[in-house]
Design a protein around this ligand. Sequence first.
Ligand SMILES: NC(=O)c1ccc[n+]([C@@H]2O[C@H](COP(=O)([O-])OP(=O)(O)OC[C@H]3O[C@@H](n4cnc5c(N)ncnc54)[C@H](O)[C@@H]3O)[C@@H](O)[C@H]2O)c1
Length: 338
Amino acid sequence: MNRKLKVALIGFGGMGHFHATQYADQKNCKLIAIVDHCPKRFTELSASINLGKSEDMSLKGIKQYATYEDLVANEKPDVLDICLPGHLHAEYAIRAMQDGMDVICEKPMARTVAQADQMLKTAKATGRHFMIAQCLRFSPVYNAFRDIYRKKTYGKLLRIHSMRLSGAAYGSEEPWYRDAKKSGGALLDLHLHDVDFYNYMFGVPAAVSAVGVTRVSGGIDDVLSAFTYPDGFYASAEASWLRAGWFCNAVAIYEKATVTLAGDDIVVAKTNKTCGGATETRKTIKGKNGYWGEIDYFTGCLLTGRKPIQCLPESTRESIRICEALERAIRTGRSVKL
Ligand SMILES: NC(=O)c1ccc[n+]([C@@H]2O[C@H](COP(=O)([O-])OP(=O)(O)OC[C@H]3O[C@@H](n4cnc5c(N)ncnc54)[C@H](O)[C@@H]3O)[C@@H](O)[C@H]2O)c1
């Protein structure tokens, strides 16, 4: 039987809880320690984020530390799972790789492309592996949505639009989401999910244009983007921290059908020629969630020596670059080539 990799997790706020609960049934690894500098975080069984509430977490048998330094002084984890606020990802990923750990790190990869490049440089210098936890790349329903494009199930793609809207979070211990210097605003923290999924599905666009507004964070907190690809279809997406409550979907219009991703469902609508309406079929895509999948995939790659091609850091770095181009497009009112 495979040796199980020892994982430590740092940042036990909203997403830290969502990650920590995914380790209960991992075959490749086990969670041995959690680090958070706020003692109160260890007293809460579950946590809520804009998507909803995590499962309850049992801390039985899991060591608790207040600092990264305490962790490395007492444990020898194989992997560090980083669930810290976005502006701290690069710093802790670099430290962990230099301390001999492989790293799985929440999105966004880093606050800036320059920081992402430092992470890539450290991985090369240390020989350590790291992967950004872009959960949609591991979500069964998003992969089903992508497969329809790849297999041309309904012919050529003509147009795609994604929406990801919610209120602005604060952060568990400090309102870091509401400071664009730390979070990058809704553009980097939320819109990035769809920017990265388009990057995964179609590659880097030839050019982007966008409009956006600044409200809660001082950054771009509501954004409507257009992406140009050589294949000729039209892609757009929007994200917001100004909406009350969570809303998310994606609609792809193909030659022969319109495909909507809604929750865990894929809805295929075909024009009903007799009345001009549509006939719909709905399928729920079953499977483990993307948070579970990203941990299973990365640790599986580590154990077998495979490259994590489903989510290479060179690719997630490009998603940060696309977000920076979108911000330039908003600020200048011009289309930006990539
Ligand atoms: N993939 C997704 O669907 C998704 C959803 C929400 C958040 N996220 C991402 O997860 C990350 C964390 O977000 P969150 O909502 O959990 O934030 P949060 O504020 O709820 O949690 C951050 C935690 O880190 C701790 N912390 C901060 N600095 C520390 C340090 N130096 N040492 C130890 N602990 C420290 C804080 O005490 C807090 O508990 C962000 O990058 C965010 O973008 C991803």
